[in-house]
Design a protein around this ligand. Structure first.
Ligand code: SF4
Ligand code: SF4
Length: 386
């Protein structure tokens, strides 16, 4: 039976986090079940972009510090790795992100080794789904003795939620992520690609930083929510199923998790997940704001109409007053839908991946406001909002 440990933790003080982690790990067999002296342990963080840890967009550097200390006390060699999304002049901002997020400082102070996935080379793998012939993943994922996935608890403007399953999308280095978005414009299809990564890479443990979470229009432009939780599991889908329940959602609401369920990445039936630690059921996080698109992910007999309405409700638009002309969005758009000069978006080409919204460092890409007519239609055809 899959287990998910939930521990309360209201602080980013590394000593407090270490105590909570040690207590939580005891419930799934202790650290000795996973690590031994000399092992090379890769901490796969969420380093989506050059964001300060207090924005809740990235795995918090003090959370990572606590883990580095725990692992070094057990004689492990610790690597911290990821890649940031997007690019300017063909270069992803990973190096800048490592500094802004505080991870470079933590690595230096604690004696960990940074693995910038942009610079470490790739390994070619054959995706289990067969949707594409081959896939290239960052080399350190195949050189580490143990990978610990450290997702952040966040909403996602396109995918509704991002957690343990989605965090592995960051294993794809370079500009190939945009290509995978183009090949899989539907979040469920993207979920199949992410499932391919889970099946190609062996992750030993998933520990979610849910001390602060991101609510609203995540994964970078939402607001901070103080959730005060750490979740631990060996099963990424079980962890996400429990985390989603904490936010008031089900697996059916989150296309990427539906794909993970189809691909049997883990357990998605709450009744079959053993929850332990400080809770025996998912604690609901009060007044947590979900992304606008959440309403569109519920099953409906009017799916086509709802899709049309929701497209009207949530398409991205660039606010020229805030735009700094860096062209990150232009270069990162998988279908080249953004005009480099005018910054106008060609909505006939746009696949609604929301990468422009996710990657703009200046919050210049807004999701177009709810449309009154769309709201009325949605109420008529969907019933009540949540
Ligand atoms: S919208 Fe944002 S990412 Fe795009 S060019 Fe302007 S500042 Fe850069
Ligand atoms: S315009 Fe934005 S949402 Fe549309 S495809 Fe390009 S990056 Fe994705």
């Amino acid at each position: 039976m899959s287990q998910v440990i939930i521990k309360n933790c209201g602080s980013y003080n590394p000593d407090v986090i270490k105590k909570r982690l040690e207590a939580g790990m005891e419930l799934i067999g202790g650290w000795a079940r996973f690590v031994s002296p000399g092992m090379r342990v890769l901490l796969k963080v969420n380093l989506i972009g050059p964001k300060h840890p207090d924005t809740a967009a990235v795995t918090h550097s003090e959370f990572v510090r606590a883990l580095v200390q725990i692992l070094k006390e057990r004689g492990c060699v610790v690597w911290i790795g990821d890649i940031s999304g997007g690019s300017i002049a063909g270069v992803a901002p990973t190096a800048q992100s490592l500094v802004v997020s505080g991870l470079a400082k933590v690595a230096k102070e604690e004696g960990a080794i940074i693995k910038n996935f942009d610079k470490e080379g790739v390994v070619e793998v054959t995706p289990a789904s067969g949707r594409i012939d081959r896939m290239y993943l960052a080399r350190p994922l195949f050189e580490a003795d143990l990978i610990i996935n450290l997702p952040k608890l966040k909403t996602h403007s396109a995918g509704i939620y991002t957690g343990a399953v989605k965090n592995l999308f960051g294993c794809i280095p370079g500009l190939r992520k945009a290509e995978y978005h183009r090949l899989a414009p539907d979040p469920k299809d993207l979920g199949q690609t992410i499932a391919d990564i889970h099946q190609a890479v062996k992750i030993g443990l998933h520990i979610m930083d849910g001390i602060t979470a991101m609510q609203g229009e995540g994964p970078t432009a939402g607001e901070v929510y103080h959730a005060g939780k750490i979740l631990i599991s060996t099963d990424p889908l079980a962890l996400d199923t429990v985390a989603a329940a904490m936010l008031g959602m089900e697996v059916e609401d989150i296309p990427i998790l539906e794909s993970a369920r189809e691909r049997q990445l883990g357990e998605s039936d709450l009744a079959k997940i053993e929850i332990a630690g400080d809770f025996d059921a998912p604690p609901l996080l009060p007044n947590f704001k979900l992304p606008r698109r959440f309403r569109s992910s519920r099953k409906s007999n009017h799916a086509v109409l709802i899709k049309m309405i929701d497209f009207l409700k949530t398409r991205p638009r660039i606010k020229l007053k805030l735009c700094k002309n860096c062209n990150m969005c232009v270069e990162s758009c998988p279908v080249h839908a953004i005009d480099p000069e005018s910054k106008k978006i060609d909505y006939n080409t746009c696949i609604e991946c929301m990468c422009c919204h996710e990657l703009c460092l200046h919050n210049a890409v807004e999701l177009k406001r709810d449309n009154l007519a769309a709201d009325i239609f949605t109420r008529l055809y969907r019933g009540t909002y949540r």
